[in-house]
Design a protein around this ligand. Sequence first.
Ligand SMILES: *Cc1c(COP(=O)(O)O)cnc(C)c1O
Length: 377
Amino acid sequence: MNNDSLKVRFRPEVASFPAYRQGAGLKRAGFKLSSNESPWQPLPAILKAVQETDTFNRYANPQLPELRDKLAAKFAVAGDQIQFGAGSVAILYQLIHAVAGPGDNYICAEPSFEAYPLLGLASGAAQFGVPLTADARLNLPAMSRSINANTRAVILCSPNNPTGPVITETEFLEFMAAVPEHVLVVLDEAYAEFVRKADAVDGMKHLAAFPNLVVLRTFAKAQGIAGLRLGYGFADAGIWRAAAATAIPLSVSTVAEVAGIAALSDEAQTQMRGRVQLIVNRREALLDGVRALGFNPPDAQGNFIWLSNVEISRVGPKVFGDPGAKLAESFRQVDILVRHIPGRGVRITVGEAESVDAVLNALKDYLAQHAGEGKDD
Ligand SMILES: *Cc1c(COP(=O)(O)O)cnc(C)c1O
């Protein structure tokens, strides 16, 4: 609530912009399946490293040299091709601010990651959202056709949050061939570790061929340390040199650095891959269960599944207004938090083993409770 005596003048676009909606908290015991987080405590090696860190009276070395060396070796790139940020979202801000100002625009898919439309707010750049295809995939030909003389960047998300499908290698290469070389292409691979589709794009394979390409990864999702805020990006060193002007200095903490180093040990990586495989197995079980209830969800390659409003009202009761809102509310009644994207649908994170049945039971209850209210077909 605003204090009436607040007289600070904000830029009109700032005052009128909707705030980023963080996944809601959970008051009682239940399942928080609203922010695509890991359901496990951080891995033992990460916990130990963080608990033993006693140097955070100091800033981290801004270069994060040890973490940089480890990532450079793991991904076979040069150290100066890597950028760190307090989450990969921070790197996205840095990039959009570096390339797009007033009069410029950048392009994303719609719906895609909720943070994208806000990225240009402070720099004054406009954002264009290009609708997905009917099967909830990025429409890359439409995205490249949307590029105009003022376009400075295109943000691609693979797998797409919130819908789940990946971009294929072929689609990506056709897209890159159609994009002018002065337009920055950001490929956000926040969920790369969960991908099992053989023909999914792997941005790291294409860095050398496309100097205008940035590949973003994060420690938040598969690596399971969302709350420590650590993301990274790969690109031509010239991109990071230019973008240095728009980075928030010293934003990666000493503790995040230590956790990142611990997460990259061979043992932690093996354990992480084991956990990711469990999530993938649960994802497939959840998809099977959801299909058995009559839904036709899009391919899910991240740690989440997607039920669009169209599907929710096709299988379930006809509701006035937003069927996703009604479904999310019925989940909340049984202490399951999911992400409702207004007017679009519901994204459900694949979490604890028990959450799979809990989600399926809640969906069954939703369909049963409203049976006979009239169907949308
Ligand atoms: C969760 C998510 C991120 C955020 O990553 P951080 O490193 O926590 O900032 C970035 N991109 C997409 C598509 C995401 O879903």
